[in-house]
Design a protein around this ligand. Structure first.
Ligand code: PMP
Length: 370
């Protein structure tokens, strides 16, 4: 039997594990920050109609530059943030992971480095490694926020070509202040005076935040990129549609590395339909935000230490042995996530009933371990 180590694999991939949370068949799955609400029936029917239309021309390649979809996404951003963006400032791909990969292919790569502030979304470092980009793990403070001075110092020290700022941050749920993003942007440009550095603001969870989007910060800042996804707020993780907003020059750069026809006609048709239902879907987001706030309050009442959350998940602890608590919650039929943050676990916000089951399970486990 051939083992992976026997293959002529790139050295930096040796010993790595693929990204992925356990996909277990459990009654209450609150481990991957999905939206718990299924796609509404009326949208299911619209998607079916649109996909039927697309099927009639599947002998042809899809719109390579997804112009109609990008126009719709630009409209959605403009409408929901009040900041005007046009289709030439928006780019779409198969999930925001692919967007991040394309950005690193264009702006990272061998001999270059990217920095993020950990704990944060682990795919930033994994995609960096996968694209041959060096990775630097920057610091966070004890409240899981970005320590502005320490972060600026790390940027001056390492002079990265790419800076990742995740807001609201996964897995901690914490949002980043606009002033902090600006300080990091300025530090990154000062550290690389020739052509500056790319600052990627990952807003995968923006719609769930108590704060306004950081989108307006792209104004006059040609290397500030905002990434978004339809996986969370649109309840469409299975669709695989992510996008970015930035200076049109960044979109031009990404075009150099994207695979031709990367977004299938089926994906584009489905995303069109989902965007037409944005108002309905954002109604679910409001429900989830209220549920998220309830989870924070009730977990604190139970006696947990809970990190403030601007996302559709909540980080809670503090446990001597989070792995043991994770396993016990699983025994009560609830799957949460152990992201390896010391003493902490993360729960995605589910439906009211799922959250009740989760909270009951936490109460039971707290008794078991006390
Ligand atoms: N960014 C962050 C912070 C995430 O948590 C996720 C999904 N877990 C993504 C990006 C990727 O999302 P997708 O590829 O589904 O758009």
């Amino acid at each position: 039997m051939t083992r992976i180590d026997d293959l002529p694999l790139r050295d930096e991939l040796r010993g790595m594990s693929p990204y992925g949370a356990p996909q277990l068949d459990v009654p209450v799955r609150l481990n991957t920050n999905e939206n718990p609400f299924p796609v509404p029936e009326a949208l299911v029917r619209l998607i079916a109609d649109r996909v039927s239309d697309a099927a009639r021309t599947l002998n042809r390649y899809p719109d390579r530059d997804a112009v109609v979809l990008r126009t719709q996404l630009a409209g959605y951003l403009t409408r929901t943030t009040g900041y005007q963006v046009g289709p030439h400032q928006v780019w779409a791909a198969n999930g925001s992971n692919e967007i991040i990969q394309q950005l690193l292919q264009a702006f990272g790569g061998p001999g270059r480095t990217a920095i993020g502030f950990d704990p944060s979304y682990s795919m930033h470092s994994l995609i960096s490694r996968g694209t041959g980009t060096g990775w630097i793990s920057g610091p966070r403070n004890e409240h899981f926020g970005i320590d502005r001075e320490a972060a600026v110092a790390a940027i001056h020290e390492h002079r990265p070509e790419v800076v990742f700022v995740c807001s609201p941050n996964n897995p901690t749920g914490t949002a980043v202040e606009a002033e902090t993003v600006l300080a990091l942007y300025e530090a990154a440009q000062a550290a690389r005076p020739e052509r500056g550095a790319l600052v990627v603001v990952d807003e995968a969870y923006a719609e769930f935040s108590h704060r306004p989007s950081l989108l307006p910060l792209i104004e006059g800042r040609p290397t500030l990129v905002l990434t978004r996804t339809m996986s969370k707020a649109f309840g469409a993780a299975g669709l695989r549609l992510g996008y970015l907003a930035a200076d049109p020059a960044v979109v031009e750069a990404v075009l150099l590395v994207r695979l031709p026809y990367h977004l299938s006609a089926v994906t584009q048709a489905t995303a069109h339909a989902a965007l037409e239902f944005a108002d309905t879907l954002l109604g679910y987001v409001d429900e989830l935000k209220a549920e998220r706030d309830r989870l924070v309050t009730e977990l604190r009442e139970i006696g947990c230490e809970v990190t403030e959350s601007d996302a559709n998940f909540v980080q809670f602890g503090r446990f001597e042995d989070p792995k043991d608590v994770w396993r016990r919650l699983l025994d009560h039929g609830v799957l949460v996530r152990d992201n390896g943050v010391p003493g902490r676990l993360r729960v995605s916000c589910g439906t009211r009933e799922e959250n009740d089951t989760f909270l009951d399970a936490v109460r039971a486990v707290m008794k078991e371990i006390s």
